[in-house]
Design a protein around this ligand. Sequence first.
Ligand code: SAM
Length: 292
Amino acid sequence: MYKDIATPTRTKEILEKYGFSFKKSLGQNFLIEPNVLHRIVDFAQLSERTGVIEIGPGIGALTEQLARRAKKVVAFEIDQRLLPILADTLSPYTNVSIIHEDILKADVQQVIAEQFTDVDDIMVVANLPYYVTTPIIMKLLTDRLPIRGMVVMLQKEVADRMAAKPGTKDYGSLTIAVQYYTHAETVMHVPRTVFVPKPNVDSAVIRLLKREQPAVSVSNEDFFFAVVRASFGQRRKTILNNLLNQLPNGKEKKEQIENALANAGIDPKRRGETLAIAEFATLSEQLYPIFY
Ligand code: SAM
């Protein structure tokens, strides 16, 4: 077994050897605590037959732990300066491929088809760059990839919103977007001290296990999400007021919107944050014929 990359001493050695300077704009906060990495990998429940997609391998701290436990790891890294470093630090592992690409621009479906021909399941595991956590997660979910789920580190505040329950302050359109596709659970809180450099925010690890079918069945997904966003438009307003103000020509359709709420069994004075995902689906089905 090789020495872990993710110790303070080894990380410092690697960074000094290559004269690497962190780019804040790329969300570069590297993990230097092997125990945290072991726990992240445990939560992903990998087998020797699992294919793993990693986003942002950095100098390979998490990548090597994944390589030891999975069949194959494919990691997307945007920063060209890290490629020679990764070639060095990950040289003992023959089951790792690094792709030099912005994950947001990558055709992940195609990469999976090419690289994971002989695996039983696929997991996304990453310590995400915090400036783009939500776009990355939403891209991976809406691309409908054949993955079992994701175990990712992100800002605690964003994890709280993704895993929130109705009626709480964190519950909002991001909660619905994520829970439409997955079962979401915050599995770990992570102190700032396990990164170099230390981030300015608290971190958490969230596990998103993909549902076999979306949580609710709706006629038009785009419209469903438009209704959700409208309902949370102004959090202090009632659902009726938000729908009137936020849906196109809502005010002109007041009576129809009131009827749709009544048919859905939803009190117009409620606030969006009290509606469960199934209620949003019923409401969206009632509103749909009014707008299409
Ligand atoms: N996995 C390493 C670790 O845990 O120590 C590094 C994690 S660091 C928080 C985020 C990594 O994502 C950096 O290596 C950064 O260069 C990379 N990155 C940032 N934006 C990216 C993007 N759009 N696509 C792919 N990688 C990105």
